[in-house]
Ligand binder design. Structure first.
Ligand code: NAP
Length: 347
């Protein structure tokens, strides 16, 4: 039981509690034992009145439009960028510290962008904005690996292709993939649902996530560049990405090429990755000796495999990573930010 009467334990609000990230947050708060004095759930008017179980206690979902944050110490926002833009500053003004899962404030200079294993010290007290931003789901696992490479060899360029799961588009994304897959198996000519993914994702691969920018890159691709620079404190880091949606239910994968400033010793690289917190290296030179979304294992770890230095260019190496986007890429990172703040008594 993590619900306690201790007056130093925070009163928590979960905005977007009924969504894919919201459900994962609730599960992690329960299983990781994030102590709290109170927990309130908010979503849109559509879900207001719905009853959910949190830590053995029944909670009723409240309408965000009528929510008052003055009795909230810590508010997790996972209800979309426009909802955060409108409501997170109000929650912060009413006294809550906001941990925001959306893109709304990530590049705001008054808002730290935090991956606790990399830059927990970006938070030294209450941020000016009252908000701490959680990075994009593909950026988090990438920066958790790049820091050690920069420290040892220096990084010249990073080229990434992502393979992003349907759950990145929330509960409706998962349902659309499942429904489309069933339809396509029954009738290959059927018109497939294409609301969250365009064109339809079932039995397809779609190199387009979020919206298109004037540069020809998508916003998702731009996020990976800008956010990596901010988190790692490397304003000139060269990261270039193609973001691709694939018909996988959950867990994003990435094929990453890193060109370092000096020749890289593979054994030392493997050792360095294996020494990172909550990273599992899969380094068996055999079929299946690599992580996949279905077989990677511990969903709270970043899984790395296929680590190979290019024979023609010893400064360059490839790796393959797999990370649960709902946990590592969203809810777990947010809970770990909260744990870190509470541990350092910064709330
Ligand atoms: N899925 C991921 O892997 C992932 C990773 C990183 C970040 N994120 C970000 O996290 C956020 C949530 O993602 P998700 O995957 O959990 O989406 P989701 O499954 O679609 O859930 C959306 C949640 O937001 C609520 N909501 C929608 N419109 C609202 C409004 N106007 N007012 C109040 N609540 C509203 C929904 O409540 P109702 O039940 O009332 O509709 C639901 O609880 C998004 O901003 C997303 O970009 C997601």
């Amino acid at each position: 039981m993590t619900h306690v009467s201790d007056p130093t334990a925070p009163r928590i609000a979960l905005v977007g509690a009924t969504g894919a990230v919201g459900h994962t947050l609730i599960e992690l708060i329960e299983t990781r034992g994030l102590r709290h004095r109170d927990i309130r759930l908010a979503a849109s008017a559509r879900s207001a009145g719905r009853v959910m179980d949190v830590d053995g206690l029944t909670r009723t979902v409240e309408d965000l439009a009528e929510f008052d944050f003055s009795d909230t110490d810590l508010a997790f926002f996972s209800a979309g960028t426009s909802v955060s833009q409108q409501w997170a500053p109000k929650a912060a003004a009413q006294g809550a510290l906001v941990i925001d899962n959306t893109n709304a404030f990530r590049m705001d200079p008054d808002t730290p962008l935090v991956v606790p294993q990399v830059n927990a010290d970006a938070v030294t007290g209450r941020p000016v904005s009252g908000i701490i931003a959680n990075p994009n789901c593909s950026t988090i696992p990438l920066v958790r690996l790049l820091g050690t490479v920069e420290e040892r060899w220096g990084i010249r360029q990073v080229v990434v292709s992502t393979y992003q799961a349907a759950s990145g588009q929330g509960q409706h994304g998962i349902e659309e993939l499942q429904e489309g897959s069933e339809l396509a198996l029954r009738d290959p000519d059927a018109e497939l649902p294409s609301d969250r993914f365009r064109p339809a994702l079932a039995f397809n691969v779609v190199p387009f996530i979020d919206r298109l920018l004037d540069t020809g890159f998508t916003l998702e691709e731009q996020k990976m560049l800008q956010e990596s620079r901010k988190i790692l404190g490397l304003p000139h880091l060269d990261v270039t990405t193609t973001c691709v949606r694939v018909p996988v239910v959950n867990s994003h994968s990435e094929a990453v090429w890193v060109e370092a400033a000096a020749p890289v010793d593979r054994a030392e690289l493997v050792e360095r990755f294996a020494a990172l917190p909550e990273v599992t290296v899969h380094d068996r030179h055999a079929p299946g000796g690599f992580p996949t979304p279905l077989t990677a294992g511990d969903p709270d770890h970043v899984h790395v495999g296929r680590i190979r230095v290019a024979p023609h260019n010893p400064r360059g190496f490839w790796l393959w990573l797999v990370a649960d986007n709902l946990r590592i890429g969203a809810a777990l990172n947010a809970v770990q930010i909260a744990e870190n703040i509470l541990e350092r008594e910064l709330l």
